[in-house]
Structure formats: structure tokens, C-alpha cells
Design a protein around this ligand. Structure first.
Ligand code: FMN
Length: 149
């Protein structure tokens, strides 16, 4: 079983979330920015895709990769500043899921909240991000895919 963690990040937060996911997955997990996404994804049983949103739209780098992300299974972890339980969150996630090629199985989705007041500033050295639920999500998703394989 092999996993890939891909991420798009401008201020560094989604990258930090991607690193947190990478740290709970097996040693042989690959880790790449979206800009370096491979051409084919046949080597992977699951791809974790880290995305973010700009004015209600999926960031452009993720948009170009998600639409050609021909992996068997994809788990999406998104960074957003909207209210975690709002309709906007579901609409944003749906936007990302709908971009994936039709046969892709979405193994899970997770949203990390970033306060809007700091969303434009680069990730600070002292800034602490909530990683525990994200890491649980990644470990559980990986385990489920492994069991089903
Ligand atoms: C100009 C701007 C617009 C944004 N628009 C949205 C949005 O429509 N919905 C949302 O949930 N988050 C929005 N965000 C929050 C980003 O998703 C958040 O800042 C995220 O941390 C960006 O990812 P990064 O830190 O990895 O660069 C916006 C952020 C910026 C700077």
C-alpha cells in the first residue's frame, strides 16, 4: 500500500497540515507540492490532496491538478476561513469533489479552520495550528483503505 500527500499552499498553513498528515503515514509515503504532482497516479492506493479557497473558489493550482487526479482513492483536506458548519463549507468541498475524474472514490474529506483575521498573513513561527483531528482523519482514512485493499 502506497500513499501520496499533495498540497497547495500560499501562506504555509496547508503545507503545515500536509506535513502533519505525512508524519502519521508510513515511511514510504510520497510528499509533493501540487505544482510537482506526477503525471500518473497508478503507483498510489490513496492520494491525500491539500487545498484552499480564494473568494469561494478552489485555488487555481489545485483546480488544475484535481481535474486530472486519476487516482483510485482521494482524500481531501481543505483549509478554509468560513464557519466550519456552514453551507459555504459544503459547497466549497463539493466544488473540489466535482472536479475529480468521475471514477475516483473519495475516501474522506476534512476541513481545517483558519481565522479570517490572519488568513492573509504568512504562517507565523509561533502560530499553533490544530493538528490532532486532522491526523486522526488521515490515520483512520489510511487504515480504512488498507483494510479494503
Ligand atoms: C484573499 C483570500 C480569500 C479567501 N477566500 C476564502 C474563501 O472564499 N473561503 C474560505 O473558506 N477561505 C478563504 N480564504 C482562506 C484561505 O483558504 C486560508 O487563508 C488558507 O489558509 C490558505 O491556504 P494556505 O495558508 O496554505 O496558503 C481566503 C484567503 C485569502 C487570503
Amino acid at each position: 500500500m502506497k500513499a501520496l500527500v499533495l498540497y497547495s499552499s500560499q501562506t504555509g498553513r496547508t503545507k503545515k497540515f500536509a506535513e502533519a498528515i505525512r508524519s502519521v503515514l508510513p515511511e514510504n509515503t510520497d510528499f509533493l507540492p501540487m505544482e510537482q504532482a506526477p503525471e500518473h497516479f497508478d503507483d498510489y492506493d490513496i492520494v491525500f490532496a491539500g487545498i484552499w479557497f480564494l473568494d469561494y473558489k478552489l485555488d487555481s493550482v489545485s483546480r488544475s491538478v484535481l481535474q486530472r487526479l486519476n487516482a483510485k482513492k482521494v482524500a481531501i483536506f481543505a483549509t478554509m476561513h468560513r464557519d466550519l458548519y456552514s453551507d459555504e463549507i459544503s459547497k466549497n468541498l463539493r466544488q473540489a469533489v466535482d472536479l475529480l475524474p468521475p471514477h475516483v472514490w473519495v475516501a474522506g474529506t476534512h476541513v481545517s479552520y483558519v481565522n479570517e483575521s490572519i488568513a492573509r498573513t504568512p504562517l507565523g513561527k509561533q502560530e499553533s495550528l490544530r493538528l490532532d483531528t486532522l491526523q486522526d482523519f488521515a490515520a483512520n482514512t489510511y487504515e480504512r483503505v488498507l483494510t479494503a485493499a
